[in-house]
Write a protein that binds this ligand. Structure first.
Ligand SMILES: [Fe+2]
Length: 384
């Protein structure tokens, strides 16, 4: 399977390079100096060799056991993608415009690199107000974090992480919730971030659930025991970060004579995403008429499954998972991203009667460490 993917991607790359060279060749032949023409041709040939070496290293190390190697393979994959996208743009523009077709190509290349170097650290705050009709919890403030994907934030200095922790702590929140995907492949990614998460403070503590990436299902383990040991180790590390991990469980928070119930389910997604949720078990001990907050990593659960699994009253559900595809255009509470082709609820606030779903774009990213137009964010939810 691995070699088939490698061959297919190599063929696509070769095809793009052939078209790219065909469009570029007439422009090179216009160069008057033979020496410069030779230099450009040698540069292109060298670039092909470098591109091939980069592709081999990405396939060799993308799933490396060493987190640093894994991270650098993801960065190289990002550079390859930036090169390819800019070449495709060059080919398309050159078909119609003929002149200046290199300008949009250069813009695309540097925008992509900007997204890798700076865009993924432009942390934003997104605010919401939700009605729960609980007098004792009026003005209760919840910080919503999701999709940290630790490996993707690896290159940032501790100063950058602590600035984010300071932003979150300055909210003086009542509760912090994390809705899954704390890692991308293995529990080892979390080692360098225990300090970051331990520094996050709120009056009623921190709750977390697991996301599809946290189960280790995207890593090639030698045995089921290895996979299970990784999951167990991740659960222990999440607890070490100070989270109360809810795996199909609920917890009650008390204020005065009233209480607020938070239900956390394990991942449920439409195929190919895993379905480990068991909401009936998660709802154990809470009364039918008690409104609760639901934590579900995948927003599809709210849209497609919640009504089938439970008739409990959930005025608020918090999710992540989509990352808003890490690329798009955002204007106020609206936006466009390729994520909207895959998910109906992919970013922001959604309503269904008295039920509200809030989908966060998340903090980190999976695949390529990159964000353009869809900045990383944390949510601040105020209950009224
Ligand atoms: Fe994720």
């Amino acid at each position: 399977m691995h070699s088939v993917v490698f061959i297919v991607i190599s063929l696509i790359l070769i095809l793009i390079e052939v078209f790219f060279y065909k469009r570029l060749k007439p422009k090179i032949s216009k160069v008057k100096s033979g020496a410069i023409e030779n230099f450009i041709i040698r540069l292109i040939c060298t670039q092909w060799l470098v591109l091939f070496a980069m592709l081999v290293s990405v396939f060799r190390f993308f799933h490396s056991t060493d987190i640093n190697t894994q991270y650098h393979a993801q960065v190289i994959a990002g550079v390859i993608l930036a090169m390819l996208l800019s070449k495709i743009i060059f080919i398309l523009f050159d078909l119609f415009a003929k002149r200046w077709s290199w300008i949009p190509a250069v813009i695309v290349f540097f925008s992509f690199i900007y997204g890798m170097v700076f865009g993924r650290f432009n942390f934003e705050k997104k605010e919401y107000t939700v009605e729960l009709n609980k007098e004792a919890f009026k003005d209760y403030k919840i910080i919503h974090l999701t999709d940290f994907h630790s490996v993707s934030l690896r290159s940032a200095s501790m100063k950058r992480h602590m600035a984010l922790a300071d932003m979150i702590n300055s909210e003086d929140a009542d509760l912090i919730v994390f809705t899954g995907d704390i890692v991308t492949l293995t529990s080892a990614e979390l080692d360098d971030f225990v300090c970051f998460f331990s520094n996050l403070k709120s009056k009623d503590g921190k709750l977390a659930i697991l996301g599809n990436h946290d189960y280790g299902d995207y890593y090639k383990w030698n045995s089921k025991q290895e996979r299970d040991a990784n999951l167990e180790s991740l659960k222990q590390k999440i607890k070490k970060c100070g989270f109360n991990l809810l795996c199909n469980e609920n917890v009650k928070i008390y204020r005065g004579g009233d209480s607020l119930c938070v239900v956390g389910i394990e991942n449920w997604g439409r195929p190919p995403f895993p379905q480990y949720s068991d909401i009936k078990t998660a709802e154990a001990g809470i009364s039918q008429d008690e409104p609760a907050i639901l934590l579900s990593h995948d927003p599809d659960y709210w849209q497609y499954q919640l009504g089938k699994d439970s008739d409990h009253n959930y005025p608020l559900t918090l999710s992540g998972h989509t990352h808003a595809m890490q690329i798009g255009v955002q204007y106020g509470d609206r936006g466009f991203s390729p994520s909207s082709w895959k998910f109906d609820c992919w970013f922001g606030e959604y309503k269904n009667g008295k039920q509200t779903l809030i989908v966060s774009k998340g903090v980190g990213g999976s695949g390529i460490p990159f964000r353009l137009g869809m900045s990383p964010e944390y949510g601040v939810i105020r209950i009224k």
